[in-house]
Design a protein. Structure first.
Length: 331
């Protein structure tokens, strides 16, 4: 079925009046006709997202939402949406209730009014667009995103209930498997012997390599870890006790709403116990294959931005099935 809020559809009555069998009651059949990508609404939604993200200082959690949606991709599964990836299945239970997604309902709630205002834009496009907007607003690179993603959907008879309260999807096979996202440290559920091995198992499954692992790790320049959500970090530090937003948590960098290469410099130095360094963070310098990239990004912010842009763009398109007319660029 087509998700009524994700893909605009016209309801077409198919009439068989001239050929219907005599004596058989005719019941019109509804057919969903898929519309092309709505570029006007995409452009307007981008403007709206800039205002919303800025007003709420929500850059970090918005980036996390998009990553956790697309980061479930499994390159070994060919069927869509079972392969996971950037299809917005994260908005449904049971996926939104996975332990790694704790707190991300807040991010969905931030984007929901934008979706209501621009129903011609899919959730998956909104999640990925918002992430790129959040990066750029924080001082990071402008990412040349492409749009026109299809959403994973739920049965039509439960749509209204799910949109109002995010009840369990009646088709849980459209939600990603738990355990597909990276953990902060061992013991690892996938049996990895080291943080570096764990990162490779997670990211190689997506079709990403060592350079992309280290570049995407730099996204931790934004945001905080809250122990009540992830099990990592302090309840508050001198960098987070006054917010902005809800105070508390432990950040990876002092200026955790600024996107730059400071994640690499402070992770390498490890001279401030107010900043978070998880085992998987430490791995980018401890692992011999990761280290050259981490050293490069610590020394050269422009090189980091270049490689981060490419990795972010690739991550944002994992598992994507495009709408008619997609992908579109230049927005």
């Amino acid at each position: 079925m087509i998700h009524a809020r994700s893909i605009p559809a016209a309801r077409v009555q198919t009439r068989a009046a001239r050929s219907k069998p005599t004596g058989v009651a005719f019941r019109p059949r509804s057919v969903a006709v898929m519309a092309a990508v709505n570029t006007d609404q995409l452009k307007a939604a981008k403007v709206e997202l800039k205002e919303v993200i800025t007003s709420k200082s929500s850059n970090p959690i918005i980036v996390r939402l998009a990553w956790h949606d697309s980061g479930t991709y499994n390159k070994n599964i060919t069927d869509w949406p079972a392969c996971g990836g950037a299809n917005a299945s994260i908005r449904f239970k049971p996926e939104i209730n996975h332990g790694c997604n704790a707190g991300l309902q807040n991010a969905i709630d931030i984007i929901e009014p934008v979706k209501a205002k621009f129903p011609g834009v899919t959730y998956s496009d909104l999640f990925q667009m918002a992430s790129a907007v959040a990066i750029e607003l924080a001082g990071g690179p402008k990412i040349p995103m492409r749009y026109g993603r299809k959403d994973a959907t739920a049965p039509e008879q439960t749509l209204a209930l799910q949109r109002a309260t995010y009840q369990d999807a009646s088709t849980p096979e459209q939600c990603a498997t738990e355990g597909y996202l990276p953990g902060g440290g061992g013991p690892f559920d996938d049996g990895s012997a080291s943080p570096g091995d764990h990162l490779r198992k997670i990211f190689y499954r997506m079709g990403l390599g060592d350079k992309e692992i280290v570049a995407l790790s730099g996204g931790h320049t934004l945001g905080r870890s809250r122990p009540d959500r992830s099990g990592w970090g302090k309840a508050e530090t001198k960098y987070t006790k006054d917010g902005p937003g809800n105070p508390g948590g432990q950040s990876w960098t002092p200026d955790w709403l600024v996107f730059n290469n400071s994640y690499y410099t402070v992770t390498k130095a490890q001279d401030d116990d107010e900043l978070l360094v998880m085992p998987t963070d430490n791995a980018i310098f401890a692992d011999e294959a990761f280290r050259p990239y981490a050293e490069k990004y610590a020394a050269d912010e422009a090189a980091f931005f270049t490689d981060y842009t490419a990795a972010h763009l690739k991550l944002s398109e994992l598992g994507v099935e495009w709408q008619e007319g997609g992908p579109v660029t230049g927005l």
